[in-house]
Design a protein around this ligand. Sequence first.
Ligand code: GLN
Length: 406
Amino acid sequence: MKQTQPGASTQTPAPARSSFFSTQPSRADHFTESVIREMTRLAIAHNAINLAQGFPDFPCPGELKTAACTALHADLNQYAITWGATDLREAIAARVAHYNGMHFSPETEITVTCGSTEAMMASMLAIIHPGDEVIVPEPFYENYGPDAQISGAVPRYVPIRDDLAIDEEAWKAAITKKSRAIILNSPNNPTGKVFSKAELAFIADLCIDHDVVAITDEIYEHILYDGRQHISIGSFDGMDDRTITIGSFSKTYSVTGWRVGYALADEQLTARIRKIHDFLTVGAPAPLQRACVAALALPETYYRDLAADYDRKRKILFNGLRRAGFACQLPEGAYYLFTDIANFGMSDTAFARFLVEKIGVAAVPGSSFYHDGGETRLRFTFSKKDETLLDACNRLAKLNEMGSAS
Ligand code: GLN
């Protein structure tokens, strides 16, 4: 703090403040802190139910905990191989062959990362030359904006429409000679859209025709509703050497704090990703990598139960939100409800603040998912215990009483 002490001339003057921060621009100047994470801090401060940040408040499968404890007791405390423990890469290769229909060499085509967050950042740093353009469907998971800024990419946004359709002409128009990558996220956060086979085929053709890489974040691949199937764009003909598929243990096994994810790509892409990953983080936590091998040994019924549990949760929150006056649709996948709040007559940020302070429920302002717009939206997650969701619905019902009292 600046020292101003009139009359204190006998004191040594305070050293001049460095002008560094006012004169030196930084890439960190171009984006704000995560609003999703900020809402979690606000939820804690106001003792509100956190339906903002997408993490479960229920336990992970016991098999994972047992395996993590065993790994720690076995003193698996030192670095794993930089690009992932061998047994984990082998288990990922087997699982992806079975579920996604894609074949990756554990030796040369799989990189275990600190969550999908690092996988996305490392992928962009690996392929973006500053000034390159990336196509980003909007609304988008908020990390992709800063990811683009940090890597020097120029984002070009293409809309996911309110009816969840994509506008093919807008996608074609967004491609230029500078286009380097398309960022995909299916099932999608925040809209819940699951890209159809025809839409993915269209995007794959765009990538092939214009020599563009698809970076596809498939973290919600097991959270699908109403019989939908997951399709990886990397499994399309001609996409194997131009797709980076990102996955994670966070959502599928309810361990978001473990920070274990992965990037799958052909050998040449992987060689670049691994170099970036190595110098960013060295590696993901070794004992938890061992526990993730146990996760991949869970039976198929685990995945069916996970989807069925989330189906029940989405209906609980959907009904509660509708009763409280929110306009929303049931999502096709992932674990968010992206609501329309236009009839409440408040901006997204003002309404989010009101909800956390006065109603006791935290949500994410819609504008966090747009480069421009989203002020009539709020995102709620239903990755919570049924009782947590029911409690939140009861609190939200107060909105009706307030409305009818006025
Ligand atoms: N993906 C989750 C969300 O959108 C969590 C984000 C995070 O904070 N890492 O809420």
